[in-house]
Write a protein that binds this ligand. Structure first.
Ligand code: ATP
Length: 320
């Protein structure tokens, strides 16, 4: 393989830049040219791309966001859009494509391989950790660390005023950000899409913690269940403690990637190019049991994300 393309697609995630760097540097190591495609599949359809050199990726390993920028592209869902994307790749002599994004982006990559024979490799870049085939997605660790920093600060002020803090974190269908933030911040309650909540039980747990000498409470709610504002309203109706709402919002998508995310980015980017170099496409890379793995794209996107109920129970036992 002489020339490959690289794009970031869907929601951005810390570590995408580090993965871009790893892809470009590995490709250069093997003598493969890399074209950086701007704004995800939109850039592919509109032919917005340029060659990337060793120095194109200098000084980005520590930066959040994506230097290639990202977009959602409805045209890619149509046959016409896909044909246009393929014709751009052919025009530039690009034989393989690395796609950094979530499951939607992987579906786009699968289309290009199955219908048009373009070798594609997916790198899981999304803060949600909503892909079952990999233990972690790129950006998740940094996002949770950002949430932790916010919750630590909230805990200070909530304790001074003896309040309850309801903190909204991202996660439309997957409660992993709430689960991991909850356990590692010492939150008393987490509310996730995978487990129905019981307001009576929540009030009982809060009251019990106060009887045991606690001066504040943290409730972490995933956005997919409801907003912090809405939950605060519900909770305030059934408790005499003062409740305050905070939505961490887009802050959790930015920032310098953690060591864990930079390490994943280096390994994922490297593995992606090594697969393409060997003529292997239609795969996604991931990490399982501390080993870098690759898997068929369709198989990976068909796997239903399993919630970790054991971790959820752990939180129930130790946060009181
Ligand atoms: P995140 O998890 O951060 O939302 P994502 O990759 O799942 O990331 P999506 O918006 O679902 O984000 O998908 C990104 C882009 O991938 C879409 O805008 C579209 O261009 C392309 N895409 C999604 N699904 C398909 C599909 N079934 N066929 C072709 N292309 C697709």
């Amino acid at each position: 393989m002489k020339r490959i393309g690289l794009l970031t697609s869907g929601g951005d995630a810390p570590g995408m830049n580090a993965a871009i760097r790893a892809v470009v540097r590995t490709a250069i190591y093997y003598g493969i040219e890399v074209y950086g495609i701007e704004r995800g599949y939109s850039g592919l359809i509109e032919d917005r791309m340029s060659p990337m050199e060793m120095r194109s990726v200098s000084n980005i390993v520590q930066r959040g966001g994506t230097i290639l920028r990202t977009a959602r592209c409805l045209e890619m869902l149509t046959e016409e859009g896909q044909k246009q994307a393929v014709s751009t790749l052919e025009k530039h002599g690009i034989e393989g494509l690395v796609v950094i994004g979530g499951d939607g982006s992987f579906r786009g990559a699968k289309c290009l391989t199955e219908n048009y024979g373009i070798a594609t490799i997916g790198i899981p870049g999304t803060i949600d950790n909503d892909l079952q085939y990999t233990d972690y997605t790129l950006g998740f660790d940094t996002a949770v660390n950002t949430c932790l920093e916010m919750v630590n600060k909230l805990r200070d002020t909530m304790t001074s005023h003896e309040r309850i803090s309801v903190v909204e974190v991202m996660g439309r269908h997957c409660g992993d950000i709430a689960l991991y933030t909850g356990i590692t911040s010492g939150a008393e309650i987490i509310i996730v899409p995978e487990v129905p909540y019981d307001m009576e039980d929540i009030v009982m747990r809060i009251n019990r913690s106060r009887e045991n000498g606690k001066h504040s409470n943290i409730v972490v709610v995933a956005e997919g269940v409801m907003s912090a504002e809405a939950f605060t309203k519900q909770l305030q109706e059934v408790t005499s403690y003062s409740v305050r709402a905070t939505n961490i919002g887009h802050i959790q998508r930015g920032g310098s990637p953690s060591m864990a995310d930079r390490m994943l980015a280096a390994q994922f980017g490297n593995k992606a190019v090594r697969l393409l170099k060997d003529g292997i496409g239609n795969r996604v890379v991931g990490i399982h049991d501390n080993h870098i793995i690759d898997m068929d794209i369709l198989e990976a996107v068909s796997m239903k994300k399993q919630f970790d109920y054991e971790l959820y129970e752990t939180l129930q036992m130790i946060s009181m």
